[in-house]
Design a protein around this ligand. Structure first.
Ligand SMILES: C[S@@+](CC[C@H](N)C(=O)[O-])C[C@H]1O[C@@H](n2cnc3c(N)ncnc32)[C@H](O)[C@@H]1O
Length: 463
């Protein structure tokens, strides 16, 4: 059962439930029932009794108005304190994480309201049409687990600070994993060594299909930053603000980790490829061997060979219509990145509505000014918890609204209705017209945001 705390308890994870077991034909692996009749959770059958590692404090207090994906609003902020019930020394579990610029957050959609989910859902971008739940990022899925790639702003003791998030306040978080482009992005897939015939020196350039000019912005950024050939294991962006560095304690950890990581990128790859990487000599051999093999295999290539043709894909060729381009041999992986991207169905990028223009009425402008100056006027600090300035608050409101946060239903049937949402301490009232959203009022959010875990709030209001 999924409870308000986000804990997925054993009864809902019973492996004999139709959802959990349909199609799984391993009768010998079914778990035994306890004398009381409960089904024993068993890792081997995939029955996981989860325990949130923490509860998110987020600038979004409710689902309404929360961005549908983290990329929509880069000023959206949150923090997560690892619970002491998980690790006695939570800070130990975060050691080294500050070396990464982005993290995956796995969480429970604890405010779904009910556990039922349908095989076909209506994602907003399909404007009422249906598609299979597993081809969407819908919160309503058999296991209500969400996955968000967030920017890691800083690590402080046992707490991480994030931006670019799409989760609401109180979201139970199950796990954090570092984002490693080399593993997590198809642009960076590394050919298994076996596929390169080293002995015969037949390292022919891989044929890759170019696709999709509209790459994920992070990837675009990586690509644009990659003017010089770079070692491919390193994806760290420098933190934007120096004050966002970890505390002194973490600096020590940082150095330790840095020592390990200084030699890590190539070592990591050679290790992954099963090559000895301890001695420089072996490493350079491995490097020599790997050079041409590091060309990536694109999904497009795979799809051409093995999969039935997709209906309609957002394959926007760069400099040609899906032509097949050889990637030059000896091209460092980052450079090869530029040659091809991942493929998604067109509807993912073809929003049913254009990006909306956002405007503020003079009244709303005054409200924003007023709200900003309510905090600590002497030090010029706004009364926001998460935003660092009124300007950031304005950008966040614009970002949320320009992506049109309304459901397809509301967009079609409730066109002249007011729309409300809360972000940080601002309660925003607006309405939507043809191609625009207009902010009418911005008031202080009256309700203090409730958090699920009985811990002190990490972000203090005003002071
Ligand atoms: C479409 S989901 C995508 C989440 C994640 N990026 C993913 O792909 O799994 C994002 C939406 O889930 C909703 N949401 C966020 N946190 C939630 C929570 N804890 N429980 C239920 N719904 C939540 C919000 O309405 C938000 O707009």
């Amino acid at each position: 059962m999924q409870t308000g705390t986000g804990r997925l308890e054993r009864v809902e994870w019973a492996p004999l439930s139709p959802v959990a077991m349909r199609g799984l034909e391993e009768p010998g692996r079914r778990p035994t029932a306890t004398p009381c009749g409960c089904v024993k959770p068993a890792l081997e059958t995939g029955n996981l009794l989860t325990e949130p590692i923490g509860y998110l404090e987020s600038c979004f207090s409710a689902k309404n108005g929360t961005p549908r994906q983290p990329s929509i609003c880069r000023h959206s902020r949150a923090c997560l304190r690892i619970r002491k019930s998980i690790f006695n020394n939570p800070e130990h579990s975060l050691m080294g994480l500050e070396e990464f610029s982005h993290v995956w957050i796995l969480f429970v959609f604890h405010k779904n309201g009910h556990l039922s989910c349908k095989a076909k859902v209506q994602p907003p971008r399909l404007n009422g049409a249906k598609t299979g739940v597993f081809s969407t990022r819908s919160p309503h899925r058999p296991n209500a687990i969400g996955l968000t790639l967030a920017k890691l702003e800083k690590v402080e003791g046992g707490t991480i600070y994030l931006s670019g998030i799409d989760m609401i306040h109180g979201t139970p978080v199950l796990d954090i994993k570092p984002y490693i482009a080399d593993y997590d992005s198809p642009q960076n897939l590394i050919e298994p060594l076996g596929e390169c015939n080293l002995q015969n020196n037949q390292n022919k350039p891989k044929i890759v299909s170019r696709s999709d000019a509209k790459t994920d912005s992070r990837v675009q950024q990586q690509l644009s930053e990659c003017e010089e050939p770079q070692p491919c294991g390193r994806t760290k962006e420098k933190p934007t603000c120096p004050e966002h560095r970890a505390s002194g304690e973490n600096d020590t950890q940082h150095k330790d980790t840095a020592k390990i990581q200084q030699r890590s990128p190539k070592h990591r790859e050679t290790a992954d490829l099963g090559l000895e990487s301890r001695s420089g000599q072996t490493l350079s051999l491995a490097e020599k061997q790997m050079g041409p093999c590091l060309l990536e295999k694109s999904f497009s290539e795979e799809s051409t060979d093995k999969r039935p043709r997709r209906r309609k894909e957002a394959v926007v060729p760069q400099g040609g219509s899906g032509e097949v381009q050889p990637v030059p041999p000896h091209c460092p992986p980052r450079m090869a990145d530029a040659a091809h991207h991942s493929v998604v169905p067109a509807w993912v990028r073809e929003a049913p509505v254009a990006t909306l223009q956002v405007r503020f009425t003079p009244h709303a402008e005054m409200d924003l000014e007023h709200l900003s100056s309510e905090g600590e006027p002497d030090v010029g600090r706004a009364s926001f918890k998460y935003f660092q300035s009124a300007e950031e608050a304005r950008h966040a409101i614009e970002a949320v609204l320009s992506a049109d946060p309304r459901s397809a239903y509301r967009r079609k049937l409730c066109q002249d209705r007011l729309f409300y949402f809360t972000v940080d301490t601002a309660h925003v009232t607006c309405w939507f017209g043809d191609g625009f959203a207009e902010v009418l009022r911005i008031k202080p959010a009256s309700e203090p945001v409730q958090i699920t875990d009985p811990v002190e709030s990490l972000v203090s209001l005003g002071s």
